[in-house]
Design a binder for this molecule. Structure first.
Ligand code: M6R
Length: 364
């Protein structure tokens, strides 16, 4: 049932404050200021290396998590799309941890990678949304997302819930490694706990995004740029746009523009820049200005400070609430989803059932 929403995708985007809160409830003890995983029997302190495997949007959640695992826990992370992983003779640490991420828990490539790694002696942790799925059953450790059924082919609420679980896992790994003080843990719990309200703040920009959608709907190509954890978000934004609006879109690490893709820039190519204010902001803005100097039309997604500092001369700006960097990817996923959604609606495509796509890809 779509309720009073026009599409399942729209309903699922708007469910995110609730389902992220629901998911976080089984990972955070807010009063105690502690992060507790639903796998108490497993000792994370011996983990020396992590392998992450997933497809599509779930893969981009994994890319964000790589930044977190490395930054907080100082554990090296190898990540790959499932369809490549199995065929490149991957080197896995004996007794290492492999994390598979999947909404459905049935994606054939990810399931095959899970089985391969299990046969190689890896411990498998599964971040999955369907608790009765094959991956949930075959994994050693289950880290569920509680997004509820996701009907729209474009994954939205599953992604934000995956990020919430992965952030909790990264913090827990840091704790097991002796890299998180009691105060730091308490602060991280507080920041994560703020995510649902911040997502609500992001959703308040819905109408403004709808109003700017026609500017993008007429484009043939769109670029998305971001740095750090906003780089996987740029990839996710491009995937969302292409799958439901059929507009060609690419995501790039902002600093890579000058190594080739900047040649594409002219005034017909909208460039979506994802840049919360923070340590990476200046660098991203200078990449954005390189785009503007070549006539590129920029849509800047930032917070109030970021828009104040760099919003001038943009085609449009989208103002997000100011949030802690840990939850920024969860919050900034929202405008990226809404933009794809409204562009697709403006183009009149079948938003929930885009052509050539299935919700669950069960062939390799
Ligand atoms: O069920 P999964 O999370 O394993 O699915 C992975 C991809 O097929 C999925 O994320 C796909 O890329 C979505 N259509 C993206 O919106």
């Amino acid at each position: 049932d779509k309720g009073n929403h026009r599409h399942f995708m729209q309903k699922e985007i708007f469910e995110q404050p609730i389902v992220v809160a629901q998911t976080l409830r089984s990972y955070l003890q807010r009063l105690e200021g502690q992060i507790v995983l639903p796998i108490p029997e497993f000792d994370l302190s011996g983990i020396k290396r992590v392998t992450i495997v997933a497809c599509g949007t779930s893969f981009y959640a994994g890319m964000v998590a790589k930044y977190w695992f490395e930054q907080f826990a100082r554990v090296p992370v190898d990540i790959d799309v499932a369809s490549e992983f199995r065929y490149r003779a991957p080197v896995m640490e004996p007794g290492g941890l492999m994390i598979v991420i999947s909404q459905s828990g049935e994606t054939a490539d990810t399931l095959a990678a899970l089985r391969h790694a299990k046969a190689e002696g890896q411990t498998i942790a599964a971040v999955v949304n369907v608790p009765t799925s094959s991956m949930a059953r075959e994994a050693d450790l289950l880290l569920p997302t509680h997004a509820g059924p996701e009907i729209g082919v474009a994954s939205t609420k599953a992604f934000s819930c995956q990020l919430a679980v992965l952030a909790a896992l990264a913090a827990n790994l840091a704790k097991a490694k002796g890299r998180l003080s009691v105060e730091d843990e308490r602060a991280l719990v507080r920041h994560l706990g703020e995510a649902p309200a911040a997502i609500n703040g992001a959703l308040a920009y819905d109408e403004a995004i709808e109003a700017m959608a026609p500017l993008i709907a007429s484009a043939r190509d769109v670029l998305y740029l971001g740095r750090g954890t906003d780089y996987p978000l740029a990839l996710e934004g491009a995937l969302k746009l292409k799958e439901i609006s059929y507009i060609h879109a690419e995501g790039y690490a902002a600093g890579e523009m000058k190594h080739g893709p900047i040649a594409l820039i002219d005034d017909a190519v909208p460039v979506i820049v994802i840049a919360p204010s923070g340590p990476l902001f200046e660098k991203t803005v200078s990449n954005m200005q390189e785009v503007q100097a070549r006539g590129g039309k920029v849509v800047l997604i930032s917070d109030y400070d970021g828009i104040e500092a760099a919003g001038e001369g943009c085609l449009a700006t989208i103002t997000m609430p100011k949030v802690h960097p840990l939850i920024a990817p969860i919050v900034y996923a929202v405008p990226v989803q809404l933009l794809a959604y409204h562009v697709a609606v403006a183009k009149g495509t079948d938003v929930d059932q885009p052509r050539n796509l299935a919700k669950s890809v069960t062939v390799e």
